[in-house]
Design a binder for this molecule. Sequence first.
Ligand SMILES: [Zn+2]
Length: 152
Amino acid sequence: MGMFDDVVVNAKAAANAFSKKAGNIYDISKLKFNANSIKGEINKKCQELGEMVYESKLKGSSSQQLIDAKIDEIKALKDDLTAINELLATAKNLMICPACSAVIAKDSVFCNKCGIRIEGQAESDKEDKAHNNPENSQADSDNATVEKSPQE
Ligand SMILES: [Zn+2]
């Protein structure tokens, strides 16, 4: 009994913390877009940093301050990226009830709030695995023998 209550309370707490943290949270595609654009920024700045280091070595002039500033920018971007990735990881474990829009754990069988049965979430993984079925190749060789059957 107590254990079940804890699970419900924890899921609710997680959902509450989650909505406070992210604002418009369920927009996972937006988060992914942000993560990608930050990755692009990091790549760009890393390239700039590389060119700065290269130039300063080549010319023997020290632009250490510029290099340090660039490194700080990259650090800040990486922190942002980490925060977004954490948010995405949390979002992946939550979903919205199709009936009442409550935030519930992704592997829920029933909605905590309205009690509707949640379907289809866990099943898609299993279906993917079923495609890697060794029997498929066997079926091909069976077809070959069928083609050889005598004509009438
Ligand atoms: Zn519901």
